[in-house]
Every structure is written in structure tokens, then in C-alpha cells.
Design a protein around this ligand. Structure first.
Ligand code: MTE
Ligand code: MO
Length: 244
């Protein structure tokens, strides 16, 4: 391996370990007997560890623990936009023809119009959004408590995950305990307005117990499933659980 490639591989691994907030490079080489020169072996080991770590974190998840809430005066203005592209590239979803697709381990796969979703009981919350890139912002989101929505579609809540697909092809998967957390919201509104295009129209899963990238915007489909805890950023090494 060329020195430059090696250095960037090491940087990547260090970043992963940092995101995982646990092990040092030295500990990895001791644990694995791997000399860290063999990129493939390191990658395989890290992915295996990450899965193990995700399971431990998921098991430790406290369903009762609430993320802090704030007052309207504390809302960040202007609230930042973030995505893997520039704001003018954000998807434009047509409200009239939009249908939320539901699939997997559910009783009711009927697609949902926005009117149907808006007719469900709505809740508001003011919470802090924390991005892994090093910024945070307080926002007010309103929408349907996600556990209520799961109940409405007859989701098998013994399933392990809920997977989301977005209009910009972003994907995210969350564990069922987090999906059922009382603060996890299928957000349709931001402040006093319909969720703006920048923040994920027509809907965003607002999960204050998880990092920003586990809060999918522009959701077009969701599935209750036992397989594939994948996700857009997770493919680049971000820790899957990434939550409290
Ligand atoms: N569909 C989609 N959802 C997404 C993203 C994205 O690129 N596409 N980026 C994530 C990341 S990393 C962050 S920090 C938040 C940003 O949300 P905001 O624009 O409302 O601040 O959206 C998350 N959800
Ligand atoms: Mo983010």
C-alpha cells in the first residue's frame, strides 16, 4: 500500500473509532493482532466490532430517558439546512400526489396521503438537533407520535428495525426501541409552518435521542423489518446506533 493511501486509511479508521467513542488504534491492533497495514482486515474487524457495539448500545437504550426540551425563545434562527448536497438541490415533493408507502411487518400497507397524516393526533416538541459534523440547533417540530403511527399501521413491534427511504435516495434505519420512544415524531410541521422543503417536506422523522443523520428527511417509504440495518452514512463508517 502506498504511504498516502495508508495514511488516509488510518485517518478513516481513527475517525470511525472516534465516532464510536471507545477504542484506540493501539487497542484494536492488540485485540485483533492485526498490524493495521492490511486495510481489508482492519475494515472487516471494525465492521464486526461496530455491529457488536450497536447491539450492546441498543440493549442499553433506556426507553424512558427523554431528550431535553427547550422554550420557543431558544429556537435557533435561522435553523441550518444540511444534506449530502447543497440546499438548491433538495428534492421537491408534490403534496397533491404524494403517498407515503408502508411495507414489511405491518397489517395495513395502504399508502398515506398528507391529509390522512395531518388528520392523526398531532404533538409538538422543541428539541436540540445534533449533527455529527460538529454543530447543533434547537428547533420546534410537530407531527404524529411515531409509536402511534406504528400502532395505526398494525406494525409488528417485535420486529427489530424501521427502515426509511427518502425522495433524495437517502436511507436510514432505526431500532424498534427508538422508533417507539415517546419523543420520536413523524414531523409534518416546523414552527408555525408546514415542514419547509429545506427541512424535509413532506416529512421528517424527528428523533431527538439520535444524531442528525438518523433523522431522515423527505421520507417517501418506510418498512418494518428484521433485516438490513443499513443507511446512507453508515456505509461510510458512521456508527449505526448513534444515539443515547
Ligand atoms: N433525506 C435526507 N435526510 C437527511 C439528510 C440527507 O442528506 N437526506 N441529512 C441528515 C443530516 S446529516 C442532518 S444533520 C439533518 C439536517 O437536517 P436539517 O436540514 O433540518 O438541519 O438531516 C439528516 N437527514
Ligand atoms: Mo448531520
Amino acid at each position: 500500500m502506498k504511504a498516502e493511501t495508508h495514511r488516509s486509511a488510518l485517518r478513516r479508521i481513527e475517525r470511525r473509532l472516534f465516532l464510536r467513542g471507545s477504542l484506540s488504534l493501539g487497542a484494536v491492533s492488540l485485540l485483533t493482532g492485526c498490524n493495521l497495514e492490511d486495510d481489508d482486515a482492519v475494515d472487516k474487524t471494525l465492521f464486526a466490532m461496530s455491529r457488536w457495539n450497536d447491539r450492546v448500545q441498543a440493549a442499553l437504550f433506556n426507553a424512558e430517558r427523554l431528550a431535553p426540551t427547550y422554550t420557543r425563545a431558544e429556537v435557533t434562527k435561522p435553523f441550518p439546512f444540511n444534506a449530502y448536497y447543497q440546499e438548491d438541490q433538495a428534492p421537491v415533493v408534490d403534496a397533491a400526489t404524494f403517498r407515503l408507502q408502508v411495507s414489511g411487518l405491518v397489517r395495513e400497507t395502504r399508502p398515506w396521503t398528507l391529509a390522512d397524516l395531518n388528520a392523526l393526533p398531532q404533538e409538538s416538541q422543541i428539541t436540540r438537533h445534533i449533527c455529527i459534523e460538529g454543530w447543533s440547533a434547537i428547533g420546534e417540530w410537530s407531527g404524529v407520535r411515531f409509536s402511534h403511527f406504528l400502532q395505526r399501521i398494525g406494525a409488528d413491534t417485535r420486529a427489530r428495525y424501521v427502515a426509511f427511504r427518502c425522495a433524495d435516495n437517502y436511507t436510514s434505519t432505526i431500532d424498534m426501541a427508538t422508533a417507539l420512544h415517546p419523543q420520536t415524531l413523524l414531523a409534518l410541521r416546523f414552527g408555525d409552518e408546514t415542514l419547509p422543503r429545506a427541512y424535509g417536506f413532506p416529512m421528517k422523522l424527528r428523533v431527538p435521542t439520535k444524531l442528525g443523520f438518523k433523522n431522515p428527511k423527505y421520507i417517501v417509504a418506510l418498512s418494518v423489518t428484521n433485516v438490513d440495518p443499513g443507511g446512507f452514512w453508515e456505509r461510510f463508517g458512521y456508527n449505526w446506533f448513534s444515539g443515547l
